[in-house]
Design a protein. Sequence first.
Length: 394
Amino acid sequence: MARRGQPGHSARLVAQRLGSGSAMAGAVNDYLGAIAAKGFSPYTVAYRSRSLAHLVAWLADRGVDHPGEVTKPVLERYQRSLFYHRKADGAPLSFRTQNSYLVPVKGLFKWLAQTNRILFNPASELELPRIERRLPKVILGVGEVEAVLASCDLGDPVGLRDRAIMEVLYSTGMRRSELCHLRLHDIDVDRGVVAIVEGKGRRDRMVPIGERALAWVDRYLSDARPGFVVPPDPGIVFLTLEGNDLTPDHLTRHIGRYIRAATGKPGSCHTFRHTMATLMLEAGADIRYIQEILGHVQISTTQIYTHVSIDALKEVHTRCHPGATNTRHRRPTPGAGGRSGGGGDVGELLAVLEAEAAEENRSAAGETAALDTITELVEENHHDHSRDRKAGRG
């Protein structure tokens, strides 16, 4: 199994160079190198690589191998092909998915025109599909959250790790990718905050973390993590049994199984993000504080983003989050946390969260599947052996 510093240590998305040898593939490779040099995140570069590889293959099938041969009608045909495409189950691509394939196309041809590689930009007037605004499919109640958390096998190091992971997701509302990148020195126990370094959009932020989540993290660090570490210690908080980073896709499937087993509902890491935001809003937290904790720079229908201090965030989090402390939480009277905003603001926030979840869940097919499958098999076998040993003792 690969270790840190060796090929295959991490299964995070990696941009793949297009190897067809055509001028179109070469232009895409140059574009990907240019946006990487501008500071675009590796995930963004990798995602655009996959989307543009689809375009290059579609163009090659129609005998178009040079960027200068691409016209607006050609791109409109490509857009229609996305609209009429059907997945294996017969379902069409959502407008959000179609949009995700077309945005990189507009970026590519804009860059090609700006760098004088083509005479004009054929994608300049390409109209993107309107994206539907949907509310989250699953939001858990407090009792359901507690049932999910209680379903971990605390006698198993992996179960203890999973409990700590879900406590952190529930307490902080951080994204799955942010949790996978969390390092030991990012957690400030004395202040009760977590530093999220280079979150979405490469923005840093500080978010509150509750006493209960900190207690579970401390227990995991002392009782489970030392058995996962393969020297030299990478400094990542949550590791697999083999000492590797967790990958976002593996984490989503793993957490989803806990949610489904405890509640019968489909779920993922983002379910905790949705639930945390909803429960705090219902408890009276001001929507501006929720925006700050979630790392949303702005929401289109709300007022201009208002900065609030970490001390104020911590106070509202402790007062309004059901799982912030180790004591029984009494729900505040709605409105006690300040101006919560109108119902439209709340709905808009939840719609943004659902869009964010859809974006995170559109991972590159096959990019992480092999390593994730190995990780899941190892951890499932470990869990089975642990359960068998307990049965034998019984």
